[in-house]
Design a binder for this molecule. Structure first.
Ligand code: SF4
Length: 390
């Protein structure tokens, strides 16, 4: 079997990724009461007067619904979308159009059980919260906000009680990576539906120091595959997780002998939980990752309506106040170049996995300044996988 033909371990899109995104992220505002250290949005305490208005937001949702079925998922993020007083109105509008509405708020006093119930009633079905460490000290210092760890645990329970599917987002850095096994236990306790593990994109000197080495990234990706029968896992800015999943599905021992100290440490730490899950018959069928990437089945609309391939690529493709989002998504030359992995440079361009992976364009750009460069966080050398050679 060719790696490209493996349909079991990676979910393929059933439509042309150039015609319709599967996920659209809308940064509804940059306002946020927290203003965390690592905020992608460089959040502010006040809303920007140039943000999309309620009517412009509804027009955007109309535009997205115009892609047709299967409708894209719309994730309203920020900043903190709870800063918008028209959030319920917008969620109701999108839901009535048939869109799958999801929310990615911050944990602040604006999040209350009453508001969560109102948003669930308005039609939002999924909500993600950030949890980067399993101890208050780790998470609070990462977020730069004392007490936010305990409040996030409370909020996660409110989110579940309100009937949302709960996704937990965790950023992996040198400071948090050793807590992954305990974080996993916390995910299980919180009954989270999905664990989204984000690999820090180094955009400044300090952040570069916090990023894992490519070998450590590979150790974490293999470990995530191991625990994907305990909790559903997705990775953000590490699409080569799909390559690891394919390699391990076709050969469970693939790459195991080369794994490093970090992999052995994480594996040993999770052994008691694994034994308990086996004993309880609670292992699950792993959730196959989906073949989307920046600009390819995925797009980002910022608070003033500018469209980007992702929230970590500062390459503007257009503005929804001036042009239809559908038109931007379908005709942008930049987005078209991101959908053509044969045109990627270096090993990502010639890799036999690039149709399903393609590498993190954000990591490539952050490290090299070239949007189409090879992903510097991937250890794989094209042709290395025995399955690929077959
Ligand atoms: S070389 Fe590039 S395309 Fe191939 S697995 Fe690594 S990141 Fe993905």
């Amino acid at each position: 079997m060719s790696v490209i033909e493996d349909q079991r371990s990676v979910r393929r899109l059933h439509h042309d990724a150039g015609e319709r995104p599967m996920i659209t992220i809308w940064e509804a505002t940059r306002a946020c009461a927290l203003v965390c250290q690592h905020c992608r949005a460089d959040a502010q305490h006040h809303r920007n007067p140039r943000e999309l208005t309620t009517e412009q937001g509804k027009a955007l949702l109309d535009d997205i619904a115009g892609f047709g079925k299967p409708f894209p998922i719309v994730v309203m993020t920020g900043g903190d979308p709870f800063e918008r007083p028209d959030l319920e109105e917008l969620v109701t509008y999108g839901h009535n159009k048939g869109l799958h509405m999801a929310l990615s708020p911050s944990v602040t006093p604006r999040m209350t059980p009453e508001r969560l119930r109102a948003l669930r009633a308005a039609g939002a079905s999924a909500m993600s919260l950030s949890l980067d460490g399993c101890h208050p000290e780790t998470h609070d210092s990462f977020r730069g906000v004392p007490g936010v760890f305990d409040k996030t645990l409370q909020a996660a329970r409110w989110v579940r009680d309100a009937g949302f599917r709960l996704q937990i987002n965790s950023t992996v850095t040198r400071a948090t990576v050793h807590e992954l096994p305990q974080l996993l236990e916390l995910m299980v306790d919180l009954n989270a539906s999905l664990w989204s593990v984000f690999f820090l994109v180094p955009t400044g000197r300090g952040q570069a120091l916090q990023a894992l080495t490519p070998e450590e990234v590979e150790d974490v990706l293999h470990w995530l595959h191991d625990v994907s029968d305990i909790i559903a896992v997705k990775t953000t800015e590490a699409p080569h997780y799909r390559r690891v999943v394919i390699q391990r599905t076709q050969n469970p021992a693939a790459g195991q002998s080369e794994r490093g100290e970090l992999y052995r440490e994480l594996t040993a730490a999770v052994a008691p939980l694994r034994e308990a899950r086996i004993g309880a018959g609670a292992l699950r069928r792993p959730r196959p990752p989906i073949e989307i990437n920046s600009g390819r089945g995925f797009a980002f609309i910022d608070h003033v309506g500018d469209v980007y391939p992702s929230g970590f690529l500062p390459h503007k493709c257009g503005n929804v106040k001036e042009q239809s989002f559908r038109e931007i998504y379908r005709t942008s030359p930049l987005l078209a170049s991101l959908r053509d992995p044969d045109g990627f440079h270096g090993k990502c361009g010639r890799c036999e996995f690039h149709d399903l992976c393609g590498g993190s364009r954000s990591h490539a750009f952050a490290v090299t300044g070239d949007l189409l460069a090879s992903d510097p966080t991937c250890v794989y050398q094209p042709g290395d996988a025995p399955v690929a050679r077959e």
